[in-house]
Design a binder for this molecule. Structure first.
Ligand code: UTP
Length: 288
C-alpha cells in the first residue's frame, strides 16, 4: 500500500513570531504573494497525495479561508479582465481534498499528529510541518514515499545541523543502510551538544506506518513540557524499522525570523520580474 494521505500540523502558537502571530497564523505569513502553507500543501499534492488533513486550532481560521472557494472574488476579477490574478486563485482550487481538524490545545507536535488518527485509520501517511518549505526537483515528500514503497517502513528526512543549532532539533543516530539512508538507532529531542548523537537533525518531513499512533498514545510530556513526535518515533523504532533519509535539497525554516527572510529572498531571486532589481539592491546594501 502506498502513501495517499498527508497530515500537516499547523496548530502551534508561533511564539517566535509574536506579536504578529497574536492574530495571524505563522503558516499564513507571505512568501511574497503566497502564504507558507501554500508551498507545503503544493509539495504534498506534487508528491501524488490527494487527501490532506490540516491540523489547525484557535486563531487559525485564515488557513481555512485561504483554501476555500471565493466565487465573488473570482467573478470580480473576471469582470475586470484580471486574468493573471484569476489564474493565481485557480491554482489554489487545484488543492482539492483538503480536510481540517482542530487540536484543542497546542500540547505539542506529537499531540497534533495524534489528532489525525481517525482520518488515517490503518493507512501509511506523510507528515509535513506547516512552517517548513522544501525545494528540490523531486519534492522531498515524494522522495520519502519512494523509500517507503521500497522498504515498507517509516522514514524521516534529516539534514546536517550546525553545533549551535543542535538544541532546536530531534537529532538522530543511525547505521548506514544504503545511499543517503540510515537505519535509525536513536533520536533525541533538543539535545545539548554533549548529548547529541550526531549532527543530523530531523527537518519536518516524515512518512509513517499507522503503528505510530499507538506509540503517540504511550508518549508522555517530554522536552518543553510538550508531547513530542520525536519521543513517539523512539518508541516506534523499538518495535519496527525506521529509516532516516539524508535530504539533499533546500530547506527553509520559516518559523524562524532569519529563516523567513532567507526564504523570501530565495523566492524573489527566482522571480523574473523581480530578480534583476533585487540583485542590484542586495549588492548596494552589501557595499554599505
Ligand atoms: P514549532 O515548534 O515550530 O511551532 O512546530 P510553534 O510551537 O508554533 O512555534 P514557536 O516555537 O512557538 O515559535 C512545528 C509545526 O508543528 C505545529 C506548528 O504549527 C508548526 O507548523 N504544531 C506545533 C502543532 O500543530 N501543534 C502544537 O501543539 C505544536
Amino acid at each position: 500500500m502506498t502513501v495517499k494521505k498527508a497530515v500537516i500540523p499547523a496548530a502551534g502558537l508561533g511564539t517566535r513570531f509574536l506579536p504578529v502571530t497574536k492574530s495571524m497564523p505563522k503558516e499564513m505569513l507571505p512568501i511574497i504573494d503566497k502564504p507558507v502553507i501554500h508551498y507545503v500543501v503544493e509539495e504534498a499534492v506534487d508528491s501524488g497525495i490527494d487527501d490532506i488533513l490540516l491540523i489547525t486550532g484557535r486563531g487559525k481560521r485564515a488557513i481555512e479561508d485561504y483554501f476555500d472557494d471565493a466565487p465573488e472574488l473570482m467573478m470580480h476579477l473576471e469582470r475586470h479582465g484580471k486574468c493573471q490574478q484569476l489564474d493565481a486563485l485557480r491554482e489554489i482550487s487545484r488543492f482539492s481534498g483538503i480536510h481540517f481538524v482542530r487540536q484543542r490545545e497546542p500540547k505539542g507536535l506529537g499531540d497534533a499528529v495524534l489528532c489525525a488518527e481517525k482520518h488515517c485509520k490503518d493507512e501509511p501517511f506523510a507528515v509535513l510541518l506547516g512552517d517548513d518549505i522544501m525545494k528540490d526537483r523531486t519534492p522531498c515528500t515524494k522522495q520519502l514515499i519512494d523509500i517507503f514503497d521500497k522498504t515498507g517502513s517509516s522514514v524521516l528526512a534529516i539534514q546536517e545541523v550546525p553545533t549551535e543549532q543542535l538544541h532546536r532539533y530531534g537529532i538522530v543516530k543511525g547505521n548506514e543502510s544504503g545511499e543517503n539512508l540510515l537505519l535509525l538507532e536513536d533520536i533525541i529531542e533538543k539535545p545539548s551538544p554533549a548529548e547529541a548523537p550526531s549532527h543530523f537533525g530531523s527537518i519536518g518531513r516524515y512518512v509513517f506506518t499507522p503503528a505510530l499512533f499507538s506509540c503517540l498514545k504511550r508518549t508522555t510530556k517530554g522536552a518543553g513540557g510538550e508531547i513530542q513526535l520525536t519521543d513517539a518515533i523512539r518508541l516506534l523504532m523499538k518495535q519496527e524499522d525506521v529509516y532516516a533519509y539524508i535530504y539533499q535539497g533546500k530547506r527553509f525554516d520559516t518559523g524562524d525570523k532569519l529563516g523567513y527572510i532567507e526564504t523570501i529572498i530565495d523566492y524573489a531571486r527566482e522571480d523574473n520580474a523581480m530578480k534583476k532589481d533585487l540583485n542590484l539592491f542586495l549588492r548596494k546594501v552589501m557595499r554599505q
